[in-house]
Ligand binder design. Structure first.
Ligand code: MD6
Ligand code: FE
Length: 221
């Protein structure tokens, strides 16, 4: 018997866990990368959500977003009738956003470095909670000051299909099922690529229950 029975690894995929998949120049999925420190990550997530609860923000057009959001770090992503921006305080409480937990900062820096972006120091972490049926439509992240810094997203809980496109909205997109512990990093030539999340399917995750949670790290200021 030979290892040939299992076939050669697919092009671009290193099958050792955690493994990486290049999805575009400058964009990579670090599969299961967050599993190793998961207990600490989830404890920190619970502490942040207790201090700054998830809420549905309002778009500049006046519609309530379906995804629940909160933040931690020096800056938080907020949306209201005036537009999208980063703000140092939680508009619901008037207090600064909870500090970035060390476990969050470490994971973001380490994942960015693994993707080729050394020295990433996130000052903003947007935390999204997707109930089944909720989605994030195709968009670009372009409110950050230094577009040389990448975006790092950690997926937790229910799986979801991530859409990754190109620099123009009409560019074709590829679909990637993100599951618990997967980390996506995009920057460099992919920094302004359109992306989104298809409606999350019904389910009940053993650790997080009926939802997907994502942590999106940015150097915003
Ligand atoms: C995600 N989130 O939740 C990816 N971008 O998996 C985003 O891409 C995002 O939630 C800009 C503003 C809010 C977001
Ligand atoms: Fe985004």
């Amino acid at each position: 018997m030979t290892l040939d029975l299992f076939g050669p690894p697919e092009a671009g995929i290193d099958p050792t866990p955690p493994w990486r998949e290049d999805i575009a120049p400058g964009a990579v999925l670090l599969r299961r990368h967050a599993l190793a420190g998961m207990d600490e990550l989830l404890a920190a997530l619970a502490a942040v959500a207790a201090a700054a609860p998830f809420r549905c923000m309002v778009t500049p057009g006046g519609l309530a977003m379906s995804v629940g959001m909160t933040n931690c770090g020096a800056l938080g992503w907020v949306s209201d009738c005036h537009g999208y921006r980063y703000a140092p305080c939680d508009p619901d409480s008037g207090r600064p956003w909870p500090a970035m937990p060390p476990a969050f900062a470490r994971l973001a820096a380490e994942a960015a470095a693994a993707a080729g972006f050394a020295g990433f120091a996130a000052d903003a972490c947007l935390i999204n909670s997707y109930a089944p049926g909720t989605r994030l439509s195709l968009h670009q992240d372009k409110n950050e000051r230094d577009l040389r810094q990448p975006i790092v997203t950690v997926s937790l809980g229910l799986p979801a299909t991530f859409l990754f496109g190109g620099p123009r909205r009409e560019d074709r997109t590829t679909r990637h099922l993100l599951t618990h512990g997967d980390v996506a990093v995009w920057g460099g030539p992919a920094r302004l690529h359109f992306h989104g999340v298809l409606p999350v399917r019904e389910g009940d995750h053993p650790v997080l229950g009926p939802r997907r949670v994502s942590l999106t790290f940015r150097k915003a200021g």
